[in-house]
Design a protein around this ligand. Structure first.
Ligand SMILES: Nc1ncnc2c1ncn2[C@@H]1O[C@H](COP(=O)(O)OP(=O)(O)O)[C@@H](O)[C@H]1O
Ligand SMILES: CC(=O)N[C@@H](CCC(=O)OP(=O)(O)O)C(=O)O
Length: 293
């Protein structure tokens, strides 16, 4: 009976999410443990077989750092973004598209012919121009870091229609020259979720969710509206900035809920989608939308 109860608890969520696009961002920090990676692949395949349309967008910050170190190149972040020289861009592209994405595709495809890897360069999926962030009021040159100007969802939609699971690396084609741009993976996932009209954006990371008073307390904010989030944004730091900006962008542009969840908890995706006990932080639109979990 307990097993049947667990299955039946999922029924309303199965009904609600049937046929919906879910963009799952898998962060480099949650990707270090082999068991977690395998559980992540199981969850995504489970979503697919349960009638959802998962799209995976992956990061790989720690993996890029390791490769830059090996090649004796310096890793530096400004405004939360990697300063990307042309040499570093080659490494970013090689690690994301050639290593991390291949590994995820391999893990997913242990369950069947499902995953297809691509980068934002493919079929003009993500187009960007040079991004120069403002630091202390000054525009700063951080090299080949892109600001997304256009998303073309055609290739992803074709894969979804064919029953596949797209696995996308956060690299963009350039709108203004013949090179490519490095895009933060949270930002890319949010932009794709909005453009795809996804129901859910789920950002897996290495903390329980958004802490109300980080680093002083580990109290997690479980639910907040876009207006509440907007007020909070200037107080946020480091890795949480692109994540929460991404959640804001996604929900402002039609995604029903954006969630930041703990990628260190095995099967956190399933718990979040199919059980009554949502975990982590959920961002919802201002006007209550009946039924968002
Ligand atoms: N308010 C906050 N709540 C939670 N984490 C925060 C907060 N502010 C900053 N952080 C930091 O953000 C990190 C997550 O971002 P990041 O390291 O970029 O992860 P990922 O590799 O998953 O993208 C956390 O490990 C934590 O150190
Ligand atoms: C511009 C920029 O900073 N790009 C990121 C892309 C990878 C990423 O975002 O990885 P995580 O999700 O693991 O942090 C980088 O070079 O590290």
């Amino acid at each position: 009976m307990p097993k049947a109860q667990i299955l039946i608890e999922a029924l309303p969520w199965l009904t609600r999410h049937n046929g919906k696009v879910v963009v799952v961002k898998f962060g480099g920090n949650a990707m270090i443990d082999e068991d977690l990676k395998a559980a992540f692949a199981q969850d995504v395949v489970f979503l697919r077989h349960a009638g959802l349309k998962p799209v995976v967008v992956h990061g790989g910050g720690p993996q890029i750092n390791a490769q830059l170190d090996k090649q004796g190149l310096i890793s530096e972040f400004k405004a939360g973004l990697r300063v990307t020289t042309p040499e570093a861009m080659d490494v970013v592209r090689m690690v994301l598209a050639g290593q991390v994405q291949r590994e995820l595709v391999g893990l997913l495809n242990e369950h069947g012919p499902l995953a297809v890897g691509m980068t934002g360069e493919d079929a003009h999926t993500i187009t960007a121009t040079k991004h120069s962030p403002q630091i202390d009021g000054e525009l700063v040159d951080i090299g080949r870091v892109g600001e997304i100007t256009e998303i073309n969802t055609g290739a992803i939609e074709a894969l979804l229609a064919d029953g596949r699971i797209p696995v996308i690396s956060s690299i963009a084609r350039s709108a203004d020259d013949h090179h490519v741009y490095n895009v933060n993976a949270d930002t890319a996932a949010a932009a794709l979720a909005a453009a795809l009209g996804a129901e859910t954006l789920m950002v897996l990371t290495d903390v329980e969710g958004l802490y109300a008073d980080w680093p002083h307390s580990d109290e997690v904010i479980s639910r907040l509206t876009v207006s509440e989030l907007e007020k909070l944004l200037p107080e946020l730091s480091s890795g949480m900035v692109p994540k929460m900006e991404g959640c804001l962008h996604a929900v402002r542009n039609g995604v029903t809920t954006a969630r930041v969840i703990d990628g260190r908890v095995q099967h956190s995706i399933l718990l979040e989608i199919f059980t009554d006990e949502g975990i982590g932080t959920m961002v919802v639109p201002d006007a209550p939308q009946g039924g968002a979990k």
